[in-house]
Design a protein around this ligand. Sequence first.
Ligand code: HEC
Length: 126
Amino acid sequence: MTPLAWLCVCVALIAGCSSHDPEAGATGSACPATSTLSYDSFGEAFMDRYCVRCHSSTLTGSERNGAPSDHNFDTLDGLHATEPEHIDEQAAAGPNNVNTAMPPDGPRPSEAERLELGEWVACGMP
Ligand code: HEC
């Protein structure tokens, strides 16, 4: 290989080594017309149980355990201010991927709960 070709290989390898799990990706979840998931029936309890001990507007500094300051899931407004595909790609499950990057430690949702999260996000987090 020429030096230029080697350079291309190196760049491709480095680009492939992002901090995110390479198996993770969009779940491909759909929103069935019959979906009954809402913030009241699902989202609030899910977030309280698995996410807000780091992702809450009431936490600052080291209390957040490194969670980005613009990702707050203690209110529906906070959830809507977050790119839905980020939530999908970090924590939800669907036909294309089962994403388990979040939460980084326990307690963790079951796969059935992650499937519900994927559906709820696909429905626009009503
Ligand atoms: C123990 C603390 C903790 C918990 C609990 C937690 N997270 Fe996180 N989260 C983090 C940290 C730290 C980061 C930043 C590092 C990273 O991106 O990997 C982060 C980043 C994120 C991001 C942004 C990633 C990106 O690149 O855009 C999303 C979305 C997210 N978390 C969703 C969730 C969801 C949904 C839950 C609940 C199922 C959750 N997190 C639970 C600590 C946590």
